[in-house]
Design a protein around this ligand. Sequence first.
Ligand code: PGA
Length: 252
Amino acid sequence: MRKNIVAGNWKMNTTVPEGVQLAKEVCMAVAQAPGIKCEVIVGVPFTHLTAVNEVIDKNYVGLAAENCADHVKGAYTGEVSAPMVASTGANYVILGHSERRGYYNETIEMLKTKVDLALEAGLKVIFCCGESLDERKAGTHFDVIKNEIVGSLFHLDAEAFGKIVIAYEPIWAIGTGETATADQAQEIHAFIRGLLAEQYGAQIADDTTILYGGSCKPSNAAELFAKPDIDGGLIGGASLKAQDFMGIVTAF
Ligand code: PGA
């Protein structure tokens, strides 16, 4: 069954006390809101995982890390492995965000390893893909997205692929205030679902959650989520205030 999801990606924001407070507010709001039609997840910095895990009720809010290492353990100073993330109580990890790919040189091959290690550690993966403005203008956006998905995910068997959530995030829409139109997003989501159908069959493609990310906010979420292949959002800026985030959560 395809699940709707709204996931926050706090990025490098909030101190631990601020993050704990925000997580508490989100959890309380979700617990009190009637008839929420999606799974709600908060994606938080590594430093916050354990503390946030203690204050949220997993019946209402899931917990995601924003990254994990491409090694399991050992002499990798400053890195945090997938088993470490899982040991905090987190149940998801966001991988392949364009900021990781762009600023930290994460490659398709490296992400393939991270995906494997995350799944081995029992984490579900929110896998991000998306094109830059130049790539869209050049008309190569379909190829870019296809390469990212095929290269890092299509080695998985059907059972493992069931633990993957895909997030389409056009880089030109992230943090810019410029959202893809609902039709632009739907076009790509349908394309992605088509790729999944070719590789894994219609049933698995239909069951896979595909999120949109990029300047999603309370005022545009409902229009985006109304599209047949948009199953929720990965939310950056608007996930940093409980009220804004809840405005998106309740947009279904
Ligand atoms: P934004 O970020 O909502 O601030 O555009 C989305 C993301 O990068 O996940």
